[in-house]
Design a protein around this ligand. Structure first.
Ligand code: COI
Length: 339
């Protein structure tokens, strides 16, 4: 920790000193422990290495002005981890194992929680198959682990995104709603192509028609068109049930913002850009928080978004969220867990 520069934190490069580990054996989670962070011994026949039976979560711990540790919506992450686990045929982790494991880990590594404004301790729970077996079937053994990592913003400046209409991230009936490792692996090749063309991320469209905007892979996406906040619904099972997404929608309604959870077509987005009716576009996610979008490429044409107006919704909702996460305002929603 002595060598860590907390004033220049990027995302995910530094891992704190300890990790929580639990083993699933003989039909139950056992051997719960905190260990020094370090390598695992894994056999080359490990099922995760071959078939990717693995799910993860991302949440954050913050420090308030009194120095107390606050975790934002950990219960929602715990539930979503188990929803992902169920889809990938992985045994669920009981709430008390998740919560107590996280609490103990944060107590041990509390000095890793940055005090710097805008920074936090990213918490990464994950479960993976631990059988050594080359056949295809759900593993009998698993590991549940939690790592933490002091972080700054995932995106340090507003992002340029490209609407993807060739490759698909998810289809109805697939695994798109799960935070499954393979979803991210499958997105790397199309995203790298876009990055080589100068874009930061993709805007995924539906896997069948490529007409409807879905999400961005590292974050859900939202648009303000004619004063209304629009974001894709989660009902198709092709979009991650973002916890920041949910929080922004709740706050938007409280802030008197008209909200529509509906699919926006690519042509509707292009029309809104051409006619100047697109006021704001941004991503929402634990890592990304609220990430402003500065440019959208549609069918190989770049559209630069207008400068954000004073009092833009995305600025206001980001501030409101941060005020809640850092304990600067009352937690009216029961979103904060004090460690
Ligand atoms: C998160 O926001 O926690 C995520 O999982 C995004 C990740 C791909 C960095």
């Amino acid at each position: 920790m002595e060598t860590t520069n907390f004033d220049e934190l990027s995302f995910g490069q530094i891992i704190s000193d300890h990790m929580f580990v639990a083993e699933y054996k003989d039909g139950e989670w056992q051997d719960l422990r905190i260990e020094p962070y370090g390598p695992l011994q894994i056999n080359p026949a490990n099922a995760t290495l071959h078939y990717g039976q693995s799910v993860f979560e991302g949440l954050k711990a913050y420090r308030n002005e009194a120095g107390e540790i606050l975790v934002f919506r950990g219960d929602a992450n715990q539930r979503r981890l188990n929803e992902s686990a169920q889809r990938m045929c992985i045994p669920e982790v009981p709430e008390e194992i998740f919560m107590e494991g996280m609490r103990k880990l944060l107590e041990v590594d509390k000095d890793w929680i940055p005090k710097q404004a805008g920074c936090s301790l990213y918490i990464r729970p994950f479960i993976f198959a631990a059988d050594d077996y080359l056949g295809i079937r759900p593993s009998n053994n698993y590991k549940f682990m939690i790592l933490t990592s002091p972080v700054g913003n995932y995106y340090s400046k507003p992002v340029a995104v490209k609407v993807e209409t060739q490759y698909a991230r998810a289809v109805e009936g697939g695994t798109g709603a799960a935070k499954a490792a393979g979803n991210y692996a499958g997105s790397l090749f199309p995203a790298r192509k876009a990055q080589k063309e100068g874009y930061d991320q993709l805007l995924w469209t539906d896997g069948k028609t490529h007409q409807y905007i879905e999400e961005s892979g590292t974050m859900n996406v939202m648009f303000v068109i004619d004063g209304t906040l629009i974001t894709a619904p989660i009902s198709t099972g092709t979009i991650l049930k973002g916890i920041t997404r949910d929080s922004v929608l709740i706050l938007a309604k409280e802030m008197g913002m008209p909200v529509e959870e509906r699919f926006l077509t690519v042509s509707e987005l292009e029309d809104a850009l051409l006619s100047g009716r697109l006021e704001e576009a941004f991503g929402t996610g634990t890592a990304a928080t609220v990430a402003f979008i500065r440019l959208i490429n549609i069918h190989n044409k770049d559209y630069v978004l207008p400068e954000k107006a004073a009092g833009a919704f995305s600025d206001r909702v980001l501030k409101r969220l941060d005020d809640i996460k850092y304990g600067k305002v009352a937690d009216d929603h029961g979103w904060i867990m004090k460690i």
